[in-house]
Design a protein around this ligand. Sequence first.
Ligand SMILES: CC(C)(COP(=O)(O)OP(=O)(O)OC[C@H]1O[C@@H](n2cnc3c(N)ncnc32)[C@H](O)[C@@H]1OP(=O)(O)O)[C@@H](O)C(=O)NCCC(=O)NCCS
Length: 145
Amino acid sequence: MGASMEIKSVFANDELLKLLESCDLLVSDISLSNALYFFGSYQDGRLVGVVGLERFGAVALLRSLAVSAELRGSGLGRKLVGFAESEAKSMGISDLFLLTDTAEQFFTKLSYQLLLRENAPAVIKNTAQFSTLCPATSSFMSKQL
Ligand SMILES: CC(C)(COP(=O)(O)OP(=O)(O)OC[C@H]1O[C@@H](n2cnc3c(N)ncnc32)[C@H](O)[C@@H]1OP(=O)(O)O)[C@@H](O)C(=O)NCCC(=O)NCCS
């Protein structure tokens, strides 16, 4: 089951981009950023789950969370977020921010809180996701680590 799968650092290679695209997530800004970290989970040699951190000093955007459709509901999404949070913490990141069109309730369950976009730190406002790629109607959420 997904929940027992190991999670490790992964590169933003074609397999990762394809998984994100198959989950309708943005990939257009991925090669542009130089502070992106991805963590993934494999089943039978195939990447089935991924989560990313886009870091700006003590804050980061949690992004690119995707679980293969056939494995959803088994706890892998929760495990990936938990892994990214503990990696972020060990990197000295104190606050995570995210934008989502589809998973607000999922993140609420994981103790993320809704925030007004105007209250975003400047570095987060300047990200491509925040400023141009995600619609103004996307939920903006944060969690203190
Ligand atoms: C969002 C996503 C990553 C969740 O992954 P998952 O492996 O199915 O999630 P989990 O099994 O760990 O679910 C954890 C909890 O959230 C709930 N949940 C999962 N997806 C949810 C959603 N979209 N809305 C509301 N609740 C959700 C589960 O029921 C579970 O609740 P429980 O602990 O009370 O049983 C997955 O649905 C996905 O890849 N979606 C497409 C891409 C996407 O929307 N990514 C987020 C962009 S930021």
